[in-house]
Design a protein around this ligand. Structure first.
Ligand SMILES: *Cc1c(COP(=O)(O)O)cnc(C)c1O
Length: 341
């Protein structure tokens, strides 16, 4: 039986059509700026999102790091969600490699950072303090789509306060598809946006950072410093272009499957549905049965990731079809039926 992997949308395999799209592309040395396919991808995303320039990079972590290092200098500060990827899940890169101090703020339940809390965290201009330069948001955040009116307010706030505004849009297209708006309508409020092609869009590798020409010039320099200058990366860019052509609208299928999965899990005694947002389902199960549940699912060729919490995140993606969702529901049902016996 084929495996159903619900750990993340990063686990997708490149489709046959995507592999074929990689075969005959023109490539060149991207460190010299000579890879036509990389240049086309950068142009495509910059145009799509309404920015002057783009930079293709190996990962979302590097893309966010380059953005932070291009907006901020040593001794500057960025304000960020305490549960944001950029702050919590990127090894502290901004501080470690950029000498940029993070100022974390608690998220509201919808993933927004309350602007009055952000305002209160901005430091006075005084040698005692780091210089607050940037506000970083994330959309989607744990699958949640940030409200469009919040983004507008955040954009106005940042401009008034002289802060740059960065979006970790690893799953920007999930947000756009779920909100029913072009991605540009979300991106327009920001000075830079990082987009992952390797998540729900199902390319094997790659993220793109977009921003002004000056910002992207700085980011290109930092990419080289960080060891991210790559050569015939057009092979990967071709997969990303294919993903943009073929895998954006279909994100709605992942969202619908996540909703169906959530609806069925909610009916199973023993499973507590915490929420479903875009392609993510969050559930609690009894902590003492977690390992047993994991073993049961593995025996049904289903992979989940279990941490030390009873909260599980189940993620739908290109390689989870309707039959896969049925199998997951059946496996949860049979496990909790056993427990009840
Ligand atoms: C995955 C992810 C990243 C980083 O992407 P990598 O390519 O894994 O480095 C950044 N932000 C968010 C919200 C993500 O989910």
């Amino acid at each position: 039986m084929n495996w159903i992997d619900l750990r993340s949308d990063t686990v997708t395999q490149p489709t046959r059509a995507m592999r074929e799209a990689m075969l005959d592309v023109e490539v060149g040395d991207d460190v010299y700026g000579e890879d036509p396919t990389v240049n086309a991808l950068q142009r495509r995303l910059a145009d799509d999102l309404g920015f002057a320039a783009g930079l293709f990079v190996p990962s979302g972590t590097q893309s966010n790091l380059l953005a932070l290092m291009s907006h901020c200098e040593r001794g500057d500060e960025y304000i960020v969600g305490a549960e944001a990827h950029t702050y919590k899940f990127e090894g502290g890169g901004a501080a470690v490699l950029g000498s940029i101090q993070p100022q974390p703020i608690a998220h509201d339940a919808d993933g927004t950072l309350p602007l009055e809390k952000v305002a209160a965290a901005i430091k006075p201009i005084d040698p005692h303090f780091a210089r607050t330069r940037l506000l970083a948001l994330e959309n989607t955040w744990h699958g949640r789509v940030l409200p469009l009116d919040y983004l507008r307010a955040a954009g106005e706030f940042a401009r008034e306060r002289g802060l740059a505004l960065h979006l970790d849009g690893a799953r920007l297209y999930n947000a756009a598809v779920a909100a029913g708006v072009p991605a540009r309508e979300i991106a327009q409020h920001f000075d830079s946006v990082s987009v992952c092609l390797s998540k729900g869009l199902a390319a094997p590798v790659g993220s793109v950072l977009v921003g002004s020409a000056a910002l992207i010039e700085k980011a290109r320099r930092w990419r080289k410093v960080a060891g991210g200058g790559w050569r015939q990366a057009g092979l990967l860019a071709a997969a990303c272009l294919h993903a943009l052509d073929h895998h954006v609208a279909r994100l709605a299928d992942d969202h619908a499957r996540a909703a169906r999965l959530a609806g069925s899990l909610r009916e199973i005694a023993g499973v507590k549905l915490l929420g479903q947002h875009t392609n993510m389902v969050f559930i609690d199960v009894p902590g003492e049965r977690l390992r047993e549940l994991d073993a049961h699912l593995r025996s049904a060729s289903i992979r989940i990731s279990i941490g030390y919490l009873p909260t599980l995140r189940l993620v739908t993606h290109l390689d989870v079809d309707d039959e896969g969702v049925d199998r997951v529901i059946a496996a949860f049902a049979s496990f909790f039926a056993q427990g009840a016996a």
